[in-house]
Design a protein around this ligand. Structure first.
Ligand SMILES: Nc1ncnc2c1ncn2[C@@H]1O[C@H](COP(=O)(O)OP(=O)(O)OP(=O)(O)O)[C@@H](O)[C@H]1O
Ligand SMILES: CCCCCCCCCCCCC/C=C/[C@@H](O)[C@H](CO)NC(=O)CCCCC
Ligand SMILES: [Ca+2]
Length: 502
């Protein structure tokens, strides 16, 4: 065997494939191989880690004169790969051809499918024809055939697939999703996200970058990242699940406005964001929440959730003990509720940091992916200038919660009711709209709004403003590993090697 030019190390868990290499005449006639009668070779494809959490498929070819030895190596490496039991062999793929910049199909065909085929993963591919196609399909498909489901699209597409899978699990287990206290059954089939949307917050917050090749490689090597999921109810009726942002006020209003501008693509959020910022509407309501006493961290922690996070591990242990002791039990409301009334520019509840390219640290940089809690951020009425200062901190390193008008609580459940109840809202809005647009009748310039805002639930609007939310610890799993600590030595990081393998 020949030594490879670089000196590096690759764990077997990060080998993508091993293949016998056909050597062409030109290759055989170069360097020292010229002297060999008939060289044999095999190629190892492996994950090469680059900057900013980006992964690439790299390869190294090993040459050898002895055919038998060469075959033994191929065989041994293939056996090692066979032992990686968490790797998927059969995947169900849904592609939204209209998400983001409408590149989903091209991204999958050019960047992802060749890697899946290299890793000997079989796929059944469905190109969605309408909204809810993937979700409805998942309720009836023979799911046991697959080791995972992949969605190619944005957060909305992920949400569809998640609703399909969680809904399917509850249906198969006879759980009534309309009961807000129902103990939901965990979903063990993993979801992989190939980012091709406008925000791609779930991918970015769980992998550290929004990059289709990186995500495809995480799927191939069979990574697993559990994820908290919030259930959202109104009057004992199930509305939606959420994994990233539940936002009322600012983010709800941006979403509502931006839906009319879908043709603009991802730019719609900048346009509606600017418009919503200028409108500076605040909303009156009451928020009640149960603090997450079981959770070890706090939203003001300096450390963020990273691969192998001990806080999320602890929650996993607590969950396992709880399930061992009581099985699936209906949630009791014995814990204290805190109540806050006020005028809010934004109410944001996040199950994860919500980091995305627009906000690399996210709305709550210390939120955990799998600790069974959400961070509830209350932004009270303040001046436009102060609100701008707050928004700017979404984009830089400064502490977003270090403002007198911002409060943050780590919670396991919460409820919100607007001062205007949902039922009488429509009549008030109609009168208001007819005479004075949507602004306060008495003070047209005061920015208070006689209509309710809308909840933004992972990028989709909810119909009710009064909602009841409960966080379900680690309800589902992704093909991801959380964000890895930054490689201190970037040079070493990009120089992985196979030498020690031999
Ligand atoms: N074939 C289709 N035609 C129309 N809508 C679709 C189709 N397939 C899926 N959808 C819907 O499109 C919505 C948006 O898709 P997606 O999340 O992929 O892109 P996006 O909105 O640009 O990205 P993001 O959610 O990251 O902002 C989803 O809610 C999904 O239900
Ligand atoms: C002066 C500078 C001010 C700049 C402020 C930038 C703030 C960016 C924060 C982005 C937070 C994203 C939270 C994630 C929400 C997703 O579940 C959702 C679905 O994709 N996206 C949006 O609602 C889309 C929301 C997009 C908002 C712009
Ligand atoms: Ca969480």
């Amino acid at each position: 065997m020949s030594p490879v030019p670089e000196n590096c190390f690759v764990p077997t868990s990060e080998i993508i494939a091993v293949e016998e290499t056909e050597l062409n005449k030109k290759q055989c006639n170069t360097g020292k191989w010229q002297k060999m009668a008939k060289p044999h070779a095999f190629t190892v494809y492996y994950v090469k880690k680059a900057r900013n959490h980006r992964w690439r498929c790299s390869d190294v070819t090993f040459w050898c004169v002895d055919e038998h030895l060469c075959n033994q190596w191929i065989q041994a490496l293939k056996e090692l790969l066979e032992m990686q039991k968490s790797r998927p062999k059969q995947l169900l793929v849904y592609i939204n051809p209209y998400g983001g910049k409408r590149q989903g199909k091209r991204i999958y065909e050019q960047k992802v499918a060749p890697l899946f085929s290299l890793a000997s993963i079989s796929t059944d591919v469905v190109i969605t024809e309408h909204a809810n196609h993937a979700k409805d399909n998942l309720l009836e498909v023979n799911i046991n055939k697959y080791d995972g489901v992949v969605c190619v699209g944005g957060d909305g597409m992920f949400s569809e697939v998640m609703h399909g899978l969680i809904g399917r699990m509850q249906k198969d287990s006879g759980i009534d999703q309309n009961n807000p206290k129902a103990p939901l059954v965990q979903c063990n089939i993993r979801i992989g996200i190939i980012p091709a949307g406008s925000t791609d917050c779930i991918c970015y917050s769980t992998v550290g970058i929004s990059d289709p090749v990186t995500s495809a490689l995480h799927i191939i090597i069979g990574d697993c990242q559990p994820l908290d999921v919030s259930s959202v109810h109104h009057n004992n009726t199930f509305l939606k699940y959420s994994v990233s942002l539940l936002g009322y006020g600012f983010y709800g209003d941006i979403l509502k406005d931006s839906e009319k501008k879908r043709w603009m693509g991802p730019m719609r959020y900048d346009y509606s964001g600017f418009k919503t910022f200028l409108s500076h509407h605040y909303y009156e309501g009451t928020i009640s929440f149960q603090p997450a006493k079981h959770a070890l961290g706090s939203p003001r922690d300096k450390d963020s959730c990273r691969t192998g996070c001990y806080i999320c591990k602890k929650s996993e242990q607590q969950l396992a003990e709880q399930q061992k002791e009581c099985g699936l039990k209906y949630e009791e409301d014995e814990e204290e509720w805190k109540v806050i009334k006020g005028k809010f520019l934004a109410i944001n509840a996040v199950n994860m940091s919500c980091a995305c390219p627009r906000s690399p640290k996210g709305l709550s940089p210390a939120a955990h992916l799998a600790d069974g809690s959400a961070d509830l951020i209350l932004v009270r009425k303040c001046s436009r200038f102060d609100f701008l200062r707050y928004l700017v901190r979404h984009t830089n390193q400064d502490d977003q919660f270090d403002f007198s008008f911002v409060d943050v609580h780590r919670v396991k459940s919460f409820q919100f009711t607007s001062k205007l109840s949902d039922d009488n809202e429509s009549s008030v809005t109609d009168i208001g709209k007819k005479r004075f647009g949507q602004f306060c009748r008495d003070h047209p310039a005061c920015c208070c709004n006689i209509a309710n805002s809308t909840w933004n639930c992972d990028g989709e609007t909810l119909d009710s403003s009064a909602i009841e939310v409960r966080v379900h610890c680690q309800l589902m799993k992704l093909f991801a590993r959380g964000i890895e600590e930054n490689c201190k030595d970037e040079a070493a990081c990009s120089q992985s090697s196979v030498e020690q393998l031999l």
